[in-house]
Write a protein that binds this ligand. Structure first.
Ligand SMILES: CC(C)(COP(=O)(O)OP(=O)(O)OC[C@H]1O[C@@H](n2cnc3c(N)ncnc32)[C@H](O)[C@@H]1OP(=O)(O)O)[C@@H](O)C(=O)NCCC(=O)NCCS
Length: 361
């Protein structure tokens, strides 16, 4: 279900808001444009100001109230005037489809891509995990817009448009992470919270130890590097955030003992990577395993990630055992694929699929 209460949404290029009766004339004029008529496949073959108004006060308003259809205005953020329309339809528990068009004089300024970004935000924050779109093979502008917004082509086939017309469609899909739940996450003995100002001191105390960074890419942390790394982590508040990453501090009895991160390596398809570091003074008690299991559960059960990988220096046996105990499969041993700290090193790749956790019947 779409949460209409999240509207309006805006960025520097457009405002996405419910249609209003005053938009009827501009909607009807825009819908008459030959490119819109050819490509947008609107439910009605023609709109007049009166039929547009009836749609706005009827199907569009009812759909938003029910949460299963959103026929929205793409508006100018400066004066709120109508520039085009974006519709989200075929809303199921998990996904929805989007279509969009702009008035001819509003094109050429990246506005439909900006409107799609807002639609993605609306759909994601409504708890859906995918947005699809269809376009026809010769609609290059629409394909470029969709690809620019992170949609990936999933196939080409004949299908029926909202107009009822049969079209040869290129199908697109954009995977969307479900929003991060309330933090901290808890386990039997641990709490996993976001980073905050002041964390640089304890982080440096762990990451300045040569035995900790030995198998990592960083040199031992200086105070400056600790500050830089903390500021990067402060932005990693969820897979749905601009950073596409979640960086958590692992706490035991309210003291930080390590950190764990999950980041998208392929946002369009829902592929993520996980990484962890535990203070050696707290090793051997299963804390890292407890934290890793919790974050893997979060990524697959909650965020809806398709695959999580973990990559590590092949000499780091403790990390490899941890990945295995957490249920990840050993998928590859890459020989001398990384030049690290003056020598060639091997990399182990572990992977966990959503299908491993919840096999499809
Ligand atoms: C699709 C539409 C909303 C895009 O408008 P827009 O956001 O202003 O996009 P632009 O016109 O700036 O074009 C987007 C990209 O396509 C390219 N493009 C535009 N027209 C093109 C054409 N005829 N042939 C090839 N490329 C074209 C642009 O160069 C731009 O490329 P870039 O991203 O690499 O810079 C608009 O063309 C429209 O309303 N079309 C009619 C309805 C429609 O097709 N809706 C989509 C149905 S799924």
């Amino acid at each position: 279900m779409l949460h209409a209460s999240l509207l309006p949404l805006a960025n520097d290029r457009v405002r996405l808001r419910p249609l209003r009766a005053e938009d009827a004339t501009a909607y009807a004029e825009g819908a008459e444009d030959p490119t819109v008529r050819r490509y947008a496949h609107l439910p009605e073959p023609h709109y007049t100001p009166a039929t547009a108004r009836a749609m706005i006060e009827g199907a569009a308003r009812d759909g938003l109230e029910r949460g299963d259809l959103a026929v929205l205005a793409i508006a100018d953020p400066a004066d709120d005037s109508f520039l085009g329309s974006l519709v989200i339809f075929d809303v199921t528990e998990d996904s929805a489809e989007a279509g969009f068009w702009l008035r001819p004089d509003a094109r050429g300024a990246g506005r439909s891509a900006a409107a799609l970004d807002l639609a993605i935000d609306l759909v994601r924050r409504s708890g859906l995990s995918g947005l699809t779109a269809r376009t026809v093979t010769d609609n290059t502008a629409s394909q470029r817009v969709l690809e620019g917004a992170g949609f990936v082509e999933t196939g080409r086939q004949a299908s029926t448009a909202p107009s009822g017309q049969r079209i040869e469609a290129v199908h697109y899909e954009r995977w969307l992470p479900r929003p991060t739940p309330a933090l901290p996450l808890t386990t039997e003995r641990l709490a996993l919270r976001l980073h905050r100002a002041g964390d640089e001191d304890w982080l440096r105390r762990i990451y300045e130890r040569p035995e900790v960074v030995h198998y990592l890419l960083d040199p031992p942390w200086t105070p400056q590097l600790a500050e830089r790394r903390l500021s990067e982590r402060l932005a990693r508040t969820g897979l749905e955030s601009d950073a596409g990453a979640l960086a958590l501090v692992v706490e035991h009895e309210s003291s930080p003992i390590g950190d764990i991160a999950l980041w998208l390596t392929d946002a369009a398809h829902g592929i993520a990577e996980i990484g962890w570091v535990l203070d050696p003074d707290h090793g051997g008690r299963g804390y890292a395993l407890e934290a890793v299991r919790r974050v893997l559960d979060l990524s697959i059960d909650h965020c809806g990630v398709h695959r999580v990988t973990a990559q590590m220096d092949a000499r780091h046996g403790a990390s490899a055992r941890l990945a295995e105990r957490a249920g990840m499969r050993h998928e590859a041993h890459l020989r001398q694929d990384w030049w690290s700290k003056g020598e060639w090193t091997d990399t182990l790749v572990y992977g966990l699929l959503a299908d491993d956790v919840h096999p499809r019947r």
